[in-house]
Design a protein around this ligand. Structure first.
Ligand SMILES: *[C@@H]1O[C@H](CO)[C@@H](O)[C@H](O)[C@H]1NC(C)=O
Ligand SMILES: *[C@@H]1O[C@H](CO)[C@@H](O)[C@H](O)[C@H]1NC(C)=O
Ligand SMILES: *[C@@H]1O[C@H](CO)[C@@H](O)[C@H](O)[C@H]1NC(C)=O
Length: 276
């Protein structure tokens, strides 16, 4: 179980926020919001099921820039997506398409990691699609990670608005190829991917009839939520489990602040808590 409060919601009412700044450094270390590490998910994948054998890999020739007409905008890169046809009722019966919108990691392992998709597929006779987010996994523009993450010129195309437009193009192409114009699309995502799912439904309502966002902090931006909103939720979690535990932790902060303000205080804390 995740420690933090788990929220599942369907969103239709969000303010329009299309950009989040994922880039804080010029290194190849990419900040992540999701609770899973890729490795963990992969391990989980082999344990949970072996659906992978039904999953086929495809690549879509994606444009670098959906919003400008500069010559460079028309550069392309191969965007990876996976499809599981096993449960699909087919275009002729207008069977739905469930789409997992990739977040800040490679799409490897996800066909087995997203229970909502595989557990509901048979009931709805759904086609399962998993699309990788640009700049992750095998969906790297500019030929290599080194080039893609080089500087502001190449990183400028690394944002959620471009990612959403990528997903729209891939889905239009899939529907056309499968002649599945009447198959409704439901987009699904968790954490940052859940934010993408919500935004996708808002921005491309003609493509997705619904979105499921899990653990998605879609309103967690400056000046929208109270500054301590997240901390309040975490505190409530602890309080519900044990009032004493809550009090003990609460009282510890001032002690920690006291030590921290001493000369060498931070290194004392570092040693005591064995931080790295
Ligand atoms: C999935 O396949 C792997 C490799 O063939 C095997 O080791 C594993 O036991 C399988 N898992 C399940 C749940 O069947
Ligand atoms: C779907 O319907 C079309 C048009 O009626 C038909 O040509 C096609 O064979 C059908 N496909 C399947 C898989 O049944
Ligand atoms: C990024 O690198 C390329 C190639 O070396 C260069 O042409 C471009 O001006 C650089 N952009 C920035 C913002 O530094």
């Amino acid at each position: 179980m995740e420690v933090h409060h788990h929220i599942n919601m369907l969103f239709t009412w969000l303010p329009l926020i299309f950009f989040i700044n994922l880039i804080t450094t010029h290194s190849l270390t990419i900040p992540r919001l999701s609770p899973f590490k890729e490795q963990t998910l992969h391990d989980l994948a082999t344990m949970v099921s072996n659906d992978t054998k039904d999953v086929e890999t495809f690549y879509y020739k994606q444009v670098l820039d959906h919003f400008n007409y500069k010559p460079k905008s028309y550069n392309t890169f191969d965007q990876r997506y996976l499809i599981n046809f096993k449960y699909w009722g087919g275009a002729n019966s207008s069977a739905p398409i469930f789409v997992y919108l990739g977040a800040e990691s490679s799409i490897d392992g996800f066909p087995n990691g997203i229970g909502f998709m595989s557990e509901n597929a048979a009931t709805f006779k759904a086609l399962l699609v998993y699309i990788e987010h640009r700049y992750y996994g095998k969906s790297i523009p500019f030929g290599s990670r080194e080039e893609a993450f080089k500087n502001a010129s190449t990183l400028g195309y690394f944002n959620s608005a471009q990612a959403l437009a990528d997903y729209a193009e891939v889905l239009i192409d899939i529907k056309k190829t499968l002649q599945a114009q009447n198959s409704p699309i439901i987009v699904v995502g968790g954490s940052y991917g859940g934010m993408l799912a919500s935004w996708f439904r808002l921005k491309y309502p003609h493509l997705a009839i619904g979105a499921l966002a899990s653990s998605a902090p879609i309103l967690y931006f400056d000046d929208i939520t109270p500054p301590n909103a997240y901390m309040d939720v975490v505190s409530r979690d602890f309080k519900e489990a044990s009032e004493t535990c809550y009090e003990t932790i609460l009282n510890s902060w001032s002690e920690i602040d006291k030590v921290a303000s001493q000369p060498n205080g931070l290194s004392i804390l570092s040693q005591r808590f064995n931080t790295c």
